[in-house]
Structure formats: C-alpha cells, structure tokens
Design a protein around this ligand. Structure first.
Ligand code: E4P
Length: 217
C-alpha cells in the first residue's frame, strides 16, 4: 500500500515529502477552505513539492456535469500530475466518463458503498475514494467497505485504484493495508503518530546513555 497525504497545508506536505513516505496528495474543498488561500495558488505550490498524483476537487457548488467537465479541464491544465476529484453523483459519473476519455485521471470521491465504487470504475475513474472514518462515525464498519471494493475490483479485473480515505488513526492504516487498498490518504498528524513508538524512544535513550558512558560525547 502506498501513501498520499490528505491536506492542503503545504508545510505538512513538505515535511511528509522530506520523510520519503508519500507519493501523492489529496485535497478537498474543506481542506482548501481551511488554508484561506486561492485554490490554483495552493495546488500549483503542491505540484512543485510532490512529484506524484495531486487530487484537486471541482468546486463544491458545481453540481452539473458540464460545469464539472469545464472545471476538470482547467484543473488538469495546472500540471500533468493533476487528478480531478469529482463527487459520486449521476452528474459526477457523466463528467468522469468525459474527462477519463480525454485521458484526464479522475478520482471519484465520497464513496460510501461498493456499488458506487463499481459504477465509478465503469465510468473510467482512475481512482475511487471510499471514506472509512465517516462510516465508522455512523456505526458502520468502514473497513468492510474497503475489503468489499478490493474483492470486487480483483474479481472484475478492474484497474481503478482504491484510495482509502477519511483515515483517522494508525489502526485504520494497518487495517487498510491488510485489506489490500492500493493507497491510503492520511493526514499529517496520523503519519506522525505512526512514526512513534515508546520503545523506540526508550531504545534511543539507552543507546545514548551507554555510548556516553563508554566514549563521552
Ligand atoms: C479524501 O480524499 C478526503 O479528503 C478525506 O479523506 C476526508 O476525510 P475526513 O472524513 O476526515 O474529512
């Protein structure tokens, strides 16, 4: 399983990229709004940091296929690594079909059922983003959705990649890797938590103490 970072905060993207653990970025309208900067400006900066797929979503207020297609073309023109993120609706599927036929990579987002993922794949989506945390929030097992989609895509020989999204903690990450998700898109705070282990810290402290006792600084 590969990692994308799920944020529009460039400092966090830079930190995760420097660690060498991420190979892409996902943003959404809420994450962009949180930064209080112009969409095109943030996205362009992100493309200069990470050399991999960068998902930029059509405006949250654009709900018709034609509008999504026009915005999608504009997003795709920002950089060759751009992926157009489109919400899972009938209009979204229509836009996905057109943009995918033009060789623009589409990430169908807000996927909450296996059938939605299957439809998105059939409409040509390069990626689907099932949201496991938001399902967990309403007492439905998000990880079961990831497992179902993995099985269905394997059986159907579908090339659409599964981005496990709405990841809230490190256990989600391990579960998604075990379930066979292609990618997990993870907030920076979760990446930081994944790095840490109290025994690693204790081990470093012990090695330092032993080294200093034997050799000084
Ligand atoms: C996916 O691409 C979304 O940006 C994201 O993972 C949503 O996460 P949330 O449910 O924590 O907002």
């Amino acid at each position: 399983m590969r990692f994308f970072i799920d944020t529009a905060k460039v400092e966090d993207i830079r930190k995760a990229n420097d660690m060498g653990v991420i190979c892409g970025v996902t943003t959404n309208p809420s994450l962009i709004a949180k930064e209080g900067r112009k969409f095109e400006e943030v996205i362009a900066e992100i493309t200069s940091i990470v050399d991999g797929p960068i998902s930029g979503e059509v405006k949250a207020t654009t709900v018709d296929a034609e509008g999504m297609i026009n915005e999608g073309r504009a997003i795709a023109s920002i950089h060759p690594n751009m992926v157009v993120k489109i919400p899972m609706t009938v209009e979204g599927l229509k836009a996905c079909k057109v943009l995918s036929s033009e060789k623009t990579a589409v990430n169908m987002t807000l996927i909450f059922s296996a059938n939605q993922a299957l439809l998105a794949a059939r409409a040509g989506a390069a990626y689907v983003s099932p949201f496991l945390g938001r399902l967990d929030d309403i007492n439905q097992r998000g990880i079961d959705l990831i497992s179902e989609i993995v099985k269905i895509f394997e059986k159907g020989n579908l090339n659409t990649q599964i981005i496990a999204a709405s990841i809230r903690n490190p256990i989600h990450v391990t579960d998604c890797a075990l379930a066979g998700a292609d990618i997990a898109t993870v907030p920076y705070s979760v990446i930081e938590t994944m790095v840490k282990h109290p025994l690693t810290d204790a081990g470093i402290a012990k090695f330092q103490a032993d080294y200093r006792a034997a050799f000084g600084e």
